[in-house]
Design a protein around this ligand. Structure first.
Ligand SMILES: CC(C)(COP(=O)(O)OP(=O)(O)OC[C@H]1O[C@@H](n2cnc3c(N)ncnc32)[C@H](O)[C@@H]1OP(=O)(O)O)[C@@H](O)C(=O)NCCC(=O)NCCS
Length: 182
């Protein structure tokens, strides 16, 4: 997979080995990990291993999270995109929509902008019929983004004793959502 999508402000592309410093800055930040189990990474080696795993998903599943680059500064903002998720729901696997950005970029609509492109890619280029997502019920920003881009709340489930909101979006509902979104 070699994805290269441009939005007004962003470049979305495959994560590369050279993104290790950016991944380290992102994933060593305790603020970023507040609703992700509170286990920020502590070494560059862990960042490199994460990149390896993501790149293997491109090969194995045809998709994985993308690097989000700020076009104006060429800076690594974080990652966003789809992942084939096998571990979160014990009963089934699914294509997951997710995003993780460096705090200095929060609150500017970047997660929303990139999530819209991820859904478009999944439903039109990959021909998926359903994309799902999960967010800690206390993670207001993440829940807000998921709802804004059309994901539909289904239930709360427990993951490692934490209540998590579960969202689903079918292709036909996505088509209706985008036809209503200016
Ligand atoms: C979740 C995250 C990606 C959001 O990124 P972002 O670029 O700031 O998101 P956006 O600016 O596109 O949208 C954020 C929305 O949340 C809302 N929001 C933010 N903080 C909020 C809060 N405390 N309460 C209610 N709404 C809140 C914003 O108002 C905005 O909605 P609006 O456009 O309707 O006003 C970012 O906070 C992040 O990287 N967090 C750490 C990693 C993480 O938790 N990832 C999600 C795991 S499920």
């Amino acid at each position: 997979m070699k994805v290269y999508i441009e939005t007004d402000r962003l470049l979305l592309r495959d994560i590369e080995e050279s993104d290790a410093a950016g991944i380290f800055a992102l994933d060593s930040d305790p603020e970023v990990h507040q609703y992700l189990g509170n286990h920020p990474i502590t070494s560059m080696q862990q960042a490199e291993e994460m990149i390896c795993l993501i790149r293997q998903q491109y090969v194995d599943k045809g998709v994985g999270r993308w690097a989000v680059i700020d076009k104006a500064s060429n800076e690594f903002v974080g990652w966003s995109g789809l992942k084939y998720e096998l571990n979160l729901r014990k009963e089934f696997s699914y294509f997951d929509l997710g995003f993780r950005l460096r705090p200095k970029y929060w609150g500017q609509g970047i997660a929303t902008e990139s999530a819209r492109e991820s859904l478009k890619f999944g439903f039109t280029k990959m021909n998926l019929t359903q994309i799902c997502a999960a967010a800690d019920i206390a993670n207001f920003a993440s829940n807000a983004v998921l709802k804004k881009v059309g994901l539909q709340f289904k239930e709360v489930f427990q993951y490692e004793e934490i209540p998590v909101n579960w969202y689903v979006l079918n292709r036909e509902d996505w088509l209706k959502h985008v036809s209503r979104t200016p």
